[in-house]
Design a protein around this ligand. Structure first.
Ligand code: ADP
Length: 321
């Protein structure tokens, strides 16, 4: 009987539960024994590992967050602690591990498979969409929709008061959330780290809009660009309309996963188990051109992502006029 374990690590994202469920159910269907590891690598180190039954994953497909809990574990960067954690799996005869997390979690996963021969499969779970080797990460679509909902509400008040409102969204170093929220939310300005974002250009765009009689401006600001308060201060020097800023913050992490994220999570979770059954390890799963594919985990940090921001950025700015 093959034994495998599942953990979630790093920042949480809607869809992680759906991935846990898919992996657990697929593994059970193949006759594997499934373990859950609580609190990511921290729980692996502290031996918080338990046998999972099908009841554990029932009723969670539509729940945000992660039932397995997540944590950050700095000790995991030290080989001595990784050895202890690996031993906690090995003493139970666990040979395969599904890691659902971001690129930091992938680093740990890669080291675990290289140093200790554990077959690790990575599933990209992060709202930021910042992982190379997949067009979409779990949670991105749900988060995007949360931002769109917020934009609609912010626009109501922005219009009534004829304000310019800067909306800071998450994404760490990546501008995907801000860019796609600008396109889908009809945003009026956009600042993302992948592009030059001269404040003069933004100020000019806003003034032009106001000349056309527009009553408000919603500007999407990726957190990777810098503090929105600083941008607000700089913009206030250049325009006369009233400027406010809002940081959406942790609401972006929560909520019931979208249909897209649930389907993606399910396909990825099942693929991870297929790979473990075939004796594979050291791989990440992803979606490219609507196919579930795999890459070596280290592909995730080997060079640039293959998403070209330019066309979508130009489109967003064209329509922001
Ligand atoms: P994410 O997975 O969302 O990118 P983090 O960057 O916080 O989140 O990484 C999650 C965890 O992965 C860290 O707390 C740590 O335990 C592990 N990790 C991150 N980077 C490394 C690394 N270079 N070597 C080993 N483990 C790492």
């Amino acid at each position: 009987e093959k034994k495998i374990a599942i953990l979630t690590s790093g920042g949480d994202a809607p869809g992680m539960n759906a991935a846990i469920r898919a992996a657990a159910k697929a593994a059970m269907a193949k006759g594997m024994k499934v373990y859950g590891v609580q609190r990511g690598y921290l729980g692996m180190l502290n031996d918080e590992i338990f046998p999972m039954d099908s009841g554990y994953v029932s009723g969670i497909i539509d729940r945000g967050g992660t039932r397995l809990l997540t944590a950050r574990c700095l000790e995991f960067k030290d080989p001595k602690f990784r050895a202890i954690a690996a031993q906690n799996l090995k003493k139970r005869g666990i040979e395969g591990l599904v890691v659902i997390g971001g690129d930091g979690s992938y680093r740990g996963a890669d080291l675990l498979s290289k140093e200790h021969g554990i077959k690790v499969i990575g599933i990209p779970g992060t709202i930021d969409n910042d992982i190379k080797g997949t067009d979409f990460t779990l949670g991105f679509d749900t988060c995007l929709n949360t931002i769109l909902d917020a934009i609609s509400k912010i626009r109501d008040t922005a219009t009534s008061h004829e304000r310019t409102i800067l909306v800071e969204v998450m994404g760490r170093h990546a501008g995907d959330l801000a860019l796609q929220a600008c396109i889908a939310g009809g945003g009026d300005g956009l600042l993302i780290p992948e592009m030059d974002n001269p404040i003069e250009l933004l100020a000019f765009q806003i003034k032009e809009r106001r000349k056309q009689g527009k009553l408000h401006d919603i500007v999407l600001v990726a957190e990777g660009v810098g503090r929105v308060q600083d941008i607000e201060a700089a913009l206030k020097e250049k325009i006369t309309t009233e400027v406010r800023s809002v940081v959406l913050g942790h609401v972006q992490r929560g909520g019931t996963p979208s249909g897209f994220d649930r389907v993606l999570a399910t396909r990825m979770g099942a693929k991870a188990i297929e790979l473990l059954e075939a004796g594979e390890g050291g791989l990440m799963v992803g979606i490219e051109n609507n196919k579930i594919i795999t890459h070596p985990i280290s592909y995730a940090w080997d060079g640039e992502r293959n998403y070209d921001f330019r066309p979508d950025y130009d489109l967003a700015l064209l329509l922001a006029k």
